[in-house]
Design a protein around this ligand. Structure first.
Ligand code: NDP
Length: 427
């Protein structure tokens, strides 16, 4: 959609409607008047007093496994949407992202205490595996009919946090294929439902039973290959930009202080599309950061290497997403977001999320390893500063341009520039 960012908002709507992505009726949900009614938000949370709006933008140019996706993104931070669209365009010209995702296997946890000998309790739980699975599935028979349901029972015995004299922490994992749902509610029902049986089998006492947000049986992966010559920019050859990206990637692998910021960039993209499609982004965040620590030290979710004259990026992270459940069928914006994204099933949704995370990361490491991120970021940030200083309409762009030109993107400077406009009227 060339030139989309230069069009007026009404022209953007028209383009979406002409392409058949959404109807005029649905577009109304994008306006403040189309925001969820108070009745809807009052059903969603407690003590509701209003509706809080955030900008919704479209990430463009994303091709995943040969299929094009418009990416709805809800985010308050300037440059996120532009960064995804820019990176996705470069990758698209190089053949697009390749991605895959696991089945929707989630983990329910049941903590058993006062169980006596750990090995005896373990063998009793495992001997009752079929009984536990049958009971778990009885709480969600429709899920089994859809091809999902409880699939396995595992036992983990972990060192007591108090030291060798404490009772080892005994955890039963119930593995459940949640199909097209994120699965938190349905797993919690199953975990609570099987607890009395586990107590009966072992003679122990169950306290906590809930899903785990470390959804490491439900990973999504995306990768891209960009020829070095396509990376040339800022007057620098592609090899130079690639080296900056490689060094920045190594930096994140070696240093958790950098890895945290590296992953924040990844999540800039993933959270934005998660909010726009009604996902539980706290669950996604928790899973992503826990997974980033899986080797015992916090590390980057994505990595960049050089392979046969190409820059290759790879990302892998847990993505517990849903096309049903939660607020998805209630919130009109989430329904519209999913429609724009154009996915057939939840695994495809996870692949798009992974590609968005990698695209966002590419834009960040490319800028970081070359001219720095402030150059691009400040141009967009300057508009917010101009608005904060009181600029409106055409003045926003005029003030923003002057702020960047002066290299001083501050509210006080914006106020001075604005005051100078009032002395000299706009041409
Ligand atoms: P819901 O319970 O809202 O919806 C899932 C239900 O959708 C299923 O139980 C199933 O019910 C129905 N369904 C219809 N079609 C399908 C299909 N094709 N595949 C699977 N299910 C289908 O949501 P979830 O269980 O997904 O839970 C997600 C919500 O839980 C989110 O809102 C999240 O914020 C919240 N949550 C998160 C927690 C966490 O992350 N720690 C903790 C607690 C809650 P049926 O079989 O009866 O038709």
């Amino acid at each position: 959609m060339p030139g989309f960012h230069r069009r007026r908002v009404e022209e953007r709507w028209m383009e979406l409607a002409l392409r058949g992505d959404v109807t005029a009726e649905e577009l109304r949900a994008l306006t403040p008047q189309g925001a969820p009614t108070f009745d809807i938000v009052n059903q969603m949370i407690e003590n509701a007093v209003g509706v809080f709006s955030l900008p919704l933008g479209l990430g463009l140019n994303l091709t995943v496994n040969g299929r094009d996706h418009l990416v709805p993104m809800v985010v308050e931070e300037p440059s996120v949407v532009a960064a995804v669209s820019f990176a996705a365009k470069l990758v698209r010209e190089a053949g697009g992202f390749t991605a895959d995702a696991d089945a929707s296997m989630m983990i329910g946890q049941v903590q058993l205490t006062r169980y006596g000998k750990p090995e005896v309790a373990r063998s009793r739980v495992l001997a009752g595996r079929e009984q536990i699975l049958t009971l778990a599935n009885s709480f969600h028979p429709a899920l089994e009919q859809r091809g999902g349901g409880a699939r396995d029972v595992q036992v983990r015995i972990l060192p007591a946090p108090e030291g060798p004299h404490g009772e080892p922490v005994f955890v039963v994992h119930l593995l459940v294929d949640t199909q097209e749902a994120m699965g938190a509610n349905l797993i919690n029902t199953m975990a609570e439902g099987i607890a009395p049986l586990i107590e009966q089998l072992t003679g122990g006492r169950v306290f906590a039973r809930i899903l785990s947000n470390l959804a490491d049986q439900r990973l999504a992966r995306a990768s891209c290959r960009i020829p070095l010559e396509a990376l040339a920019d800022f007057g620098l050859p592609g090899e130079d930009i690639a080296e900056g990206i490689l060094q920045t990637s190594r930096f994140a692998e070696a240093d958790p202080y950098r890895a945290a910021t590296h992953n924040k960039g990844v999540m800039n993209g993933i959270d934005a599309v998660a909010i726009a499609t009604g996902q539980d982004w706290r669950a996604i965040e928790a899973g992503a950061h826990a997974y980033a620590c899986r080797h015992g030290r916090y590390g980057p979710l994505s990595r960049w290497t050089l392979e046969q004259g190409h820059l290759v990026g790879r990302i892998e992270l847990p993505l517990a997403l849903g096309l049903v459940g939660g607020p998805i069928k209630i919130h009109p914006g989430a329904q519209l977001g999913l429609k724009l994204l154009h996915v057939d099933n939840v695994r495809q949704l996870a692949m798009v999320f992974a590609a968005v995370g990698l695209a966002q990361n590419f834009a960040a490491v490319r800028a970081l390893g070359s001219v720095g991120i402030q150059k691009g970021h400040m141009a967009l940030h300057a508009r917010c500063v101009a608005v904060t200083a009181g600029a409106r309409g055409v003045d926003v762009e005029r003030v923003a341009l002057l702020l960047v030109e002066r290299g001083n993107v501050k509210v006080d400077t914006a106020r001075e520039i604005l005051a100078s406009f009032q002395e000299v009227p706009a041409p």
